[in-house]
Design a protein around this ligand. Structure first.
Ligand SMILES: [Zn+2]
Length: 127
């Protein structure tokens, strides 16, 4: 999906103006929010460090821990967490989650693996 952005616009973080098309705020902002752009300063200070951190073993361990916690919580609600197996970083379902009803095997939420880790945490904590 190719989207062209206006050359100038409002930064989604600081409300300042971005120029030259700005930058993608993903992964701080969910991939679904494709219309959002951010300025050079916010990109360098917030987005880049987040991208770098997410490539570390430390982050992988943190994610694993959070997933385990969510799995335990969902299990008490008759639900299970399914993670997208896509290894392609540009795929729509990359790294996303789905929540399955254990007994009927019905998809409870995240039909296209469009739930983020934060989304599934909220889901598990809501019920
Ligand atoms: Zn900004």
């Amino acid at each position: 999906m190719d989207i062209t952005y206006p050359a100038k616009g409002k930064c989604c973080f600081c409300d300042g103006e971005y120029i030259n098309g700005g930058h993608s705020p993903v992964p701080i902002v969910h991939e679904c929010a494709t219309s959002l752009r951010c300025c050079d300063k916010c990109y360098l200070e917030n987005v880049v460090p987040t991208i770098l951190y997410r490539n570390t073993d430390e982050y992988a361990a943190e994610v694993h821990k959070r997933e385990q916690k969510i799995r335990r919580k969902l299990a008490t609600q008759g639900l299970r967490l399914k993670k997208s197996r896509t290894k392609n970083h540009t795929a729509d379902d990359y790294g996303g989650y789905q929540i399955i009803e254990i007994y009927s095997n019905r998809i409870e939420a995240g039909e296209k693996f469009d739930l983020s880790l934060e989304d599934v945490e909220d889901y598990a904590n809501e019920e």
